[in-house]
Design a binder for this molecule. Structure first.
Ligand code: GLC
Length: 549
C-alpha cells in the first residue's frame, strides 16, 4: 500500500453517531438502533459512506457504554441483535458501511470476567491488573481524576485509568488477547466493515509499576507516560492485525490521544509496517484559550496555533500513512462554540468545514456538526451526566469547585451529547418522551428540518463539501502546500500535475486585508458572495477556488 493505492476508506466520508442521543426509535426517551435505522436515508442524502457508532453493547452506562459488560450483546437501551442485523441490511441497501466502536482497553467492573477476577479466580485475575498490597501499588493518576488504583474490600487493588467502574485489561496476557480478537471476529461476521478502536494508545502499561517522579497532587501523579503509546502496544496491535484485521479485510481507525507524536502515529499507520489504517490524534482540537477563558464569550480560537498544528501533521504524514480529518467527536465540546462564533453562526460553521475537509485524509463528521449545533447552556452541576466531569468535580477542593464548574461549562463532553436537533417539535424531534436527557433549547432555530429547506443552510453547505471532496481526485490525493497570507487566515493549495485548488478561510471575526489580490473567478464553493478580485476577507469568509496550474 502507498498513498495512491485505492482502498474504499480513502475516498469515503464518515459520520459518527452517539446512539444515546441520536434518535429515539422506540419512544422510551433514549436514542437507539431503531432510531439510527430511521435516519439512514437522511445520512445517505447527506452523502456519507460509513457510520461509526459509539458503543451499543450491554453496559451499566457508567461512561455511556464505554464500560462494556458483555461485548456480545446489544444493550437493551439500544435494542436487540435483531435491530443490529436490520441496521446492517438497511445500510447495505444504501451502500453505507458500518464501523463499530471496539473497547479493547477495559471492561465494566460488572463484566463476568471481572466478577470472577474479584473472586480471585486466577484465570480471570490475569485478565486485569490486580495487586494484593497493603497500600496503593503506585502513585499513578487516572484520566478521570484520583488514583488509577481502586481498592477492593480484601486489600486487592485493580488498575483503572478511566473510571472506577472500568478496570483495565491486561494485554500482556495472550489468553485475554485472543478473547478480544474473538469479539472482533464476531462483529465482523455480522457484516461490519471495521472498527474504531477505543483508547488503544493505552493498551500497554509500564510493567515495572514504579512510582512516577512527576509532582504529585493530593498524592497522585498525573503521568500519562506510564500507560500511553508504549512499544508493547505496537506488538499487541501487530498481532491483532495478523489475527483479525488483515485476514478479515477490516478497516481500522485507532484513537491514540493527545500524547501521540508524529513518530508514534507512523508506528500505528505507516504504509510500510503500520498496524492500523488511520489514527485520531488530538493536537488540533486544543488550539484555543479554553484553559484560561472564563466564559463562552471569552472563548477564542488560536488560529496561528491551529494552522501550525494542522500543517505539521498534514505534511509529516503525507506519503507515509493516511490521515483522519475531524472537527468534533463525542469527547470535545461543540466546534462552533470552541472555534467558531455564535454571532457568525452560519458562516463560521461553514468556514470551519471548508478549512478542515479539503485537507487530505478521511473526514469524520460528528452528529449535529452538519447543522452547527452548539454548546449547552448549563446552569448547575446537576445538569452534568458525564462520569469524567463528575469525578473530576468531586476531586476538586471546595474552594476550587466554582471555577471548575465554569471550566466544565466550556469544555465538558456533555456539550456534544445533547439530543440531536431534528425539527421544531418537542425535544427537537429526538423523542416523544422526556426522560431528562439534555436538549439544547436552540433547537427551535438550529435543526435539520429547517436547514433542509434553506439552500443557504450549514447542512446544505456540508452536502456540497462532501460531494466536492469525493468527486475531485486532487482533493483526495493531491499534494498539499500551506501558504501564509495573514495570521488569522488558513490558506492551502491542493494540486497535482492536472489541477490546482486553493482554500482560503478567514478564521476570525475581523475583516482582514490580503497581501495580494486573489482572482476568485473560479469559485467552486464559498459561504459568501464576492467580486471576482478579492482584496480582503470579511469575518469567516471561506472559499474553495480552482486556479490555473
Ligand atoms: C475514549 C472514548 C471516551 C471514553 C474513553 C474510555 O477516549 O472516546 O468517550 O470515555 O475512551 O473508554
Amino acid at each position: 500500500m502507498d498513498h495512491l493505492t485505492y482502498t474504499w476508506w480513502k475516498e469515503a466520508v464518515g459520520y459518527q453517531i452517539y446512539p444515546k442521543t441520536f434518535k429515539d426509535g422506540n419512544h422510551d426517551g433514549f436514542g437507539d438502533l431503531k432510531g439510527v435505522i430511521e435516519k439512514i436515508p437522511y445520512l445517505h442524502d447527506l452523502g456519507i459512506d460509513f457510520i461509526w457508532i459509539c458503543p451499543f453493547f450491554d453496559s451499566p452506562m457508567d461512561d455511556n457504554g464505554y464500560d462494556v459488560r458483555d461485548f456480545y450483546k446489544v444493550d437493551k437501551m439500544f435494542g436487540t441483535i435483531e435491530d443490529f442485523k436490520q441496521l446492517v441490511s438497511i445500510c447495505d441497501s444504501y451502500n453505507i458501511k458500518i464501523v463499530v466502536d471496539l473497547v479493547l482497553n477495559h471492561t465494566s467492573d460488572e463484566h463476568e470476567w471481572f466478577q470472577k477476577a474479584k473472586q480471585h479466580e486466577k484465570h480471570y485475575e490475569d485478565y486485569y491488573f490486580m495487586k494484593h498490597a497493603s497500600h496503593t501499588p503506585t502513585n499513578w493518576g487516572s484520566f478521570f481524576g484520583g488514583s488509577a488504583w481502586e481498592r477492593l474490600a480484601d486489600n486487592t487493588y485493580y488498575l483503572r485509568i478511566f473510571s472506577k467502574k472500568m478496570p483495565d485489561l491486561n494485554w500482556s496476557n495472550p489468553v485475554l488477547r485472543e478473547e478480544m480478537y474473538e469479539i472482533a471476529r464476531y462483529w465482523m461476521n455480522l457484516g461490519v466493515a471495521g472498527f474504531r478502536l477505543d483508547a488503544i494508545a493505552h493498551l500497554a502499561k509500564d510493567m515495572n509499576f514504579a512510582n512516577s517522579t512527576k509532582p504529585e497532587v493530593n498524592g497522585v501523579a498525573y503521568d500519562w507516560s506510564k500507560f500511553s503509546n508504549l512499544p508493547a502496544a505496537q506488538t499487541y496491535l501487530k498481532e491483532f492485525k495478523e489475527h483479525v484485521l488483515q485476514p478479515l479485510s477490516c478497516f481500522s481507525v485507532g484513537e491514540v490521544g493527545g500524547g501521540a507524536s508524529v513518530d508514534d502515529a507512523l508506528e500505528y499507520v505507516s504504509y510500510d509496517d503500520g498496524k492500523l489504517n488511520i489514527v485520531f490524534t488530538f493536537d488540533h482540537v486544543w488550539c484555543n484559550n479554553i484553559n484560561t477563558a472564563n466564559s463562552i464569550e471569552d472563548l477564542k480560537i488560536d488560529a496561528p496555533k491551529l494552522k501550525e498544528t494542522l500543517a505539521y501533521w498534514q505534511t509529516s504524514l503525507f506519503h507515509k500513512g493516511w490521515s483522519s480529518l475531524y472537527l468534533n467527536n463525542h469527547d470535545f465540546n461543540r466546534v462552533v462554540s470552541n472555534y467558531g462564533s455564535v454571532k457568525y453562526h452560519n458562516k463560521s460553521a461553514k468556514a470551519l468545514a471548508t478549512m478542515m475537509y479539503f485537507l487530505w485524509g478521511t473526514p469524520f463528521i460528528y452528529q449535529g456538526e452538519e447543522i452547527g449545533m452548539t454548546n449547552y447552556p448549563f446552569t448547575s452541576i446537576d445538569d452534568f451526566n458525564d462520569v469524567q466531569a463528575l469525578e473530576q468535580y468531586r476531586n476538586k477542593p471546595e474552594a476550587e469547585k466554582a471555577t471548575f464548574f465554569t471550566k466544565l461549562k466550556l469544555s465538558s463532553r456533555d456539550n456534544v451529547r445533547t439530543t440531536m436537533q431534528w425539527d421544531t417539535s418537542t425535544l427537537g424531534g429526538f423523542s416523544t418522551k422526556a426522560i431528562g436527557l439534555l436538549t439544547n433549547p436552540n433547537y427551535q432555530t438550529i435543526n435539520v428540518a429547517s436547514q433542509l429547506e434553506d439552500e443557504n443552510s450549514i447542512l446544505n453547505y456540508y452536502k456540497q463539501v462532501i460531494k466536492l471532496k469525493k468527486q475531485i481526485k486532487t482533493l483526495l490525493y493531491g499534494n498539499i502546500e500551506f501558504i501564509e497570507l495573514h495570521p488569522d487566515v488558513m490558506c492551502y493549495k491542493r494540486y497535482d500535475e492536472h489541477q490546482t485548488y486553493l482554500v482560503i478561510v478567514n478564521l476570525s471575526c475581523d475583516k482582514v486585508s490580503l497581501p495580494t489580490p486573489i482572482d476568485t473567478s473560479n469559485v467552486l464553493l464559498s459561504n459568501t458572495h464576492t467580486s471576482s478580485i478579492l482584496t480582503h476577507l470579511e469575518p469567516y469568509d471561506a472559499f474553495l477556488l480552482q486556479i490555473n496550474n
